[in-house]
Design a binder for this molecule. Structure first.
Ligand SMILES: Cc1cc2nc3c(=O)[nH]c(=O)nc-3n(C[C@H](O)[C@H](O)[C@H](O)COP(=O)(O)OP(=O)(O)OC[C@H]3O[C@@H](n4cnc5c(N)ncnc54)[C@H](O)[C@@H]3O)c2cc1C
Length: 331
């Protein structure tokens, strides 16, 4: 049997496991290389309520099932294997490097994910779990704060959207912005200010204010706030702190191999998930335009895995524009 894999997947998060389910079940020789253990970001939560068909599950439980399912179909997972670089070979295959090891494949799906940008204040790591009170995803965790008081940190588009989402659940939302005006889209700022100016609004905006610590016993009970203009500090009671200050894609090892945006996200066509290198697909939170959700990461993995077959059939397809002549599954 050839040592060359049909597909190597970089990262065993939801996108990587979603892709492997399809490639392995399609009898493609599949290898997943994972720097830690299977799971990705989702294993950091014990409550998922927005994965269709499953009312409630913890991240680790879901991942265990996904891992078992892909292994049952024959996918090989190598853990403790941090990919440090890739290379397009003369014969069209792709070499994937991991420490001293070199693996080769006809195709690669890049699924290294992104990390939430951290505030870097005391208490952030200690309480980093929806149950304990620090969260980076309002869409995921807002319902757990029904009737409670939360602080939201940030000032960009996502921060504004996520904060507005929080106001539908929490009894009181205090938004901290380190500047004295927002940099989000005008329409979003208008919506935010309109909400804050409603009579008896549950949204308070504190400008020129940062959180310098998150405190509590076992769970978040307060945040230390500081006005950056006056230097004044206060202990602010709250049940949770939501941090919306951006994402950092795990793509440093891909510089010079595939095209990245200035912020490091992997460029792709967003329909078939082709990158700038023929045979190399992308899926999940590391790609341009990602929705940063479990279901969309899995969905991306599935799309990339299905598109592999089109590439195998006709490598020239790589340079064809996105077209409605090609329906996934229609070949
Ligand atoms: C606390 C928390 C709670 C969340 N809750 C929800 C929720 O309730 N609902 C929801 O829809 N979403 C939720 N999310 C978001 C969701 O987890 C992500 O959208 C999803 O995990 C993205 O999947 P991914 O596979 O693209 O990337 P990731 O999950 O980030 O997985 C990437 C994997 O690649 C590996 N990797 C990275 N670089 C390399 C390398 N060089 N070599 C080898 N391996 C590498 C990583 O170790 C990781 O295992 C939550 C996220 C967090 C942090």
């Amino acid at each position: 049997m050839s040592d060359t894999y049909d597909c190597i997947i970089v990262g065993a998060g939801p996108a990587g496991l979603g892709a492997a389910l399809y490639t392995a079940r399609d009898r493609m020789k599949t290898l997943i290389l994972e720097k830690f253990m299977p799971g990705g970001q989702i294993i950091n939560t014990d409550r998922i309520e927005n994965y269709p068909g499953i009312e409630r599950i913890d991240g680790a439980g879901l991942i265990m099932q996904m891992q078992k399912q892909v292994e049952n179909f024959g996918a090989e997972i190598k853990t403790g294997c941090e990919v440090s670089g890739l290379e397009k070979l003369q014969d069209g295959n792709i070499a994937v490097y991991c420490d001293e090891d070199k693996y080769t494949a006809r195709t690669v799906i890049l699924t290294p994910g992104s990390d939430y940008r951290k505030l870097g204040v005391p208490g952030e790591e200690e309480f980093r779990n929806a149950g304990a009170g620090v969260s980076y995803c309002g869409t995921c965790d807002a319902p757990f704060y029904k009737g409670r008081e939360v602080v939201a940190v940030g000032g960009g588009n996502t921060a504004v959207e996520e904060t507005l989402h929080l106001t539908k659940f929490a009894q009181k939302v205090t938004m901290l912005h380190r500047r004295d005006e927002f940099r989000a889209a005008k329409i979003l700022i208008e919506e935010l200010l309109e909400k804050a100016n409603e009579p008896n609004s549950n949204l308070i905006i504190k400008y020129s204010t940062v959180a310098t610590a998150i405190e509590g016993q076992g769970k978040v009970q307060s945040a230390k706030l500081k006005n950056v203009k006056t230097g004044q500090e206060e202990d602010y009671p709250c049940d949770g702190v939501f941090i919306f200050i951006g994402m950092v894609p795990n793509t440093g090892f891909l510089k010079g191999f595939v095209e990245l945006t200035d912020r490091g996200f992997i460029k792709c066509d967003c329909a078939y998930l082709r990158t700038s290198v023929p045979g190399v697909f992308v899926a999940g939170d590391c790609r341009i335009g990602a929705a940063m959700q479990l279901a969309t990461a899995v969905g991306d993995g599935v799309v990339a895995a299905m598109m592999l077959k089109q590439y195998f059939r006709d490598p020239a397809w790589w340079n064809e524009p996105v077209s409605d002549l090609l329906q996934p599954g229609g070949w």
